[in-house]
Design a protein around this ligand. Structure first.
Ligand code: BEZ
Ligand code: FE
Length: 297
């Protein structure tokens, strides 16, 4: 088939790409071409705009290295990462707890911490947080022996590996749920933080007059063989960026009830008012347990 015009080019490309043994690859490639061609026709893409788009794609690759993945950040900032996450996890919140982005800050080998113990490993000024969790299966039965990695930013919005003032593995811990399916820890209330804006994703945000902030949150990775690994975040409910998370990670069910306490006796002698408590319930579905690739060491 010979290309006659801007419409028939699509058909010619689809025919050329119809071979190969991998049926799924054929479907994905064909759909990608159809959508890209339709997109170019819809916006009447100019040659200058096409060149700018390719240059941006190249800069995304060039900005990616061992400790930073600009491709993921760009997908995050256009909501594609969250869409894929929601399509593949949680059945729209009907069964398991909704998943949320792993993000770039998960580290393996978080310090094993006793249930109820503190993950504050160097002086970290800020309101104390006492968090308590239940982990249940789809029938509501407690799950014992789930390994839970917890990590979050400090009250000034920095993860320990971004901040000389914090000890190694500060505000990170590994817990195991007990026979009642519970675990908990003491920490400090996290703050929101900006994503990196020195690459092409930052250019996009500036061009769209968007701020670069994520609302404050705590990350969780819940792992037990026999259950689908749950990667999620619980968001601080008084954060000003809840409705404008730059990476669209906030879903309604993941907004935690962070209760502020200003009077009464603090839970321990190291704590002064105000302090916060959080109670949250995770639901894990039966399925395959697998750990993600650590984004950083
Ligand atoms: C995070 O929550 O750690 C995160 C997620 C996406 C982009 C940047 C940071
Ligand atoms: Fe985070």
């Amino acid at each position: 088939m010979i290309i006659d015009n801007e419409i028939s080019v699509t058909e010619v490309v689809l025919r050329a790409m119809a071979g190969g043994d991998d049926a799924r690859l054929r479907d994905i490639a064909a759909s990608f071409v159809r959508h890209m061609h339709d997109f170019a026709r819809e916006v009447r893409l100019t040659e200058a705009e096409f060149e700018a788009g390719i240059a941006m794609l190249n800069r995304i690759g060039q900005a990616t290295n061992d400790v930073h993945n600009e491709g993921i950040l760009f997908s995050d900032a256009i909501g594609l990462s969250t869409l894929v996450c929601l399509m593949n996890n949680g059945a729209n919140g009907n069964t398991e707890t909704a998943a949320a982005l792993l993000g770039p800050f998960w580290r393996m080998h978080s310090p094993v911490t006793p249930n109820g113990g503190s993950i504050v490993r160097s002086p970290t000024p800020g309101p104390a947080l006492f968090a308590q969790f239940d982990i249940v299966d789809a029938k509501g039965e407690p799950i014992e022996g789930v390994e839970i990695d917890v990590w979050h930013s400090s009250p000034v919005g920095l993860y320990e590996n971004q901040d000389q003032a914090q000890a190694e593995m500060n505000l990170r811990g590994k817990f195991t749920s007990d026979a009642q399916g519970q675990f908990g820890f003491r920490s400090v209330k996290p703050a929101g933080y900006p994503v990196p804006t020195d690459g092409p994703t930052g250019d996009l945000l500036r061009a769209q007059n968007r701020h670069p902030y994520r609302p404050a949150h705590v990350h969780f990775l819940c792992y037990k063989p026999g259950f689908k690994t749950l990667v999620t975040q619980v968001f601080v409910d008084d954060d000003e960026y809840l409705e404008s998370d730059v990476v669209f990670g906030v879903t309604r069910a993941l907004i935690g009830d962070f209760k502020k306490h200003e009077i009464g006796t603090p839970p321990d002698s190291e704590t002064s008012a105000p302090w916060y408590t959080l109670a949250y319930r995770f639901v894990m579905e039966a399925g395959e347990a697998k750990l993600p690739h650590p984004p950083i060491k």
